[in-house]
Write a protein that binds this ligand. Structure first.
Ligand SMILES: NC(=O)c1ccc[n+]([C@@H]2O[C@H](COP(=O)([O-])OP(=O)(O)OC[C@H]3O[C@@H](n4cnc5c(N)ncnc54)[C@H](OP(=O)(O)O)[C@@H]3O)[C@@H](O)[C@H]2O)c1
Length: 222
């Protein structure tokens, strides 16, 4: 049995990750902010176990780590993210986007690392974006790109510690995907993105640790 944990699985790419991994026979631990209204995630077929998680809550993260402490997580994908759009953001929005996009993936993966290290596969992906390449930039009005650049920086700082535990962790660009974040005119469907992501995750070896890859397995510039 392969255990897969998807952080942020209510809709978009995260929902499709949960759907495809469950359809493939994996046991899926899927998190969402509204488990009282599970919607499409609750309707998935297969072994899908819902957990309540707002990634900005230290209490939620600690509770999830406790709930999964006896579970060996083969594949952990931190997918949750927000895009506030372009333009100058106020300080509260800036702090929230950095918390969700740059800080939470590192905090949440670190909290679950013992469960990953106890598994056979020991694979982690944090969902970044090509928009983080070459960022953050001084004076930039692109909070989303800057937040993903900040995630990349933090990932590169901490990843060697995860590698020391035998974990293969990558930063991942899912492609330009048709979701609520982008709209219907994006280049590929969630199904195409996730089919690629699953192939990339299946093919990861120790030599891939610390790389920034896209959903086709191509390296992305930091
Ligand atoms: N779509 C693209 O083309 C694209 C390209 C590059 C990178 N990405 C990245 O891929 C990831 C998924 O994007 P998407 O397109 O699927 O976006 P989406 O449809 O907007 O879905 C975002 C997901 O993140 C969750 N989320 C947001 N804030 C959260 C929080 N504080 N705690 C827990 N969950 C939270 C949402 O949950 P709720 O339903 O509760 O809001 C939702 O499940 C993001 O990290 C995004 O930056 C997407």
């Amino acid at each position: 049995m392969t255990n897969v944990a998807i952080i942020g699985a209510s809709r978009g790419i995260g929902l499709e990750l949960a759907r495809q991994y469950a359809a493939d026979g994996c046991r899926v631990y899927a998190t969402m902010r509204t488990p009282d209204r599970p919607g499409a995630l609750g309707a998935l077929k297969g072994d899908v176990r819902l957990h309540h998680l707002d990634v900005t809550s230290d209490t939620h993260v600690a509770r999830l780590a406790d709930a999964l402490s006896k579970v060996a997580i083969d594949i952990l994908i931190h997918n949750a993210g927000v895009n506030p759009g372009h333009g100058k953001a106020d300080p509260d929005t800036t702090a929230e986007v950095l918390r969700i996009n740059a800080e939470a993936p590192i905090v949440t993966v670190s909290a679950l690392l013992d469960s990953v290290a106890a598994s056979d596969q020991k694979k982690v992906a944090v969902m970044s974006s090509v928009q983080g390449s070459g960022r953050p930039r001084a004076g930039s009005p692109d909070l989303y790109g800057d937040s993903k650049g900040e995630l990349n920086k933090r990932f590169r700082d901490i990843e060697p510690q995860w590698r020391d535990r035998g974990v293969v962790a990558i930063a991942l660009h899912p492609g330009y995907v048709q979701t609520d974040m982008t709209g219907a005119y994006a280049a590929i469907t969630p199904a195409e993105s996730v089919t690629g992501i699953r192939r990339v995750m299946a093919g990861l070896s120790a030599a891939d640790a610390g790389y920034f890859l896209d959903y086709r397995g191509k390296e992305v510039a930091w």
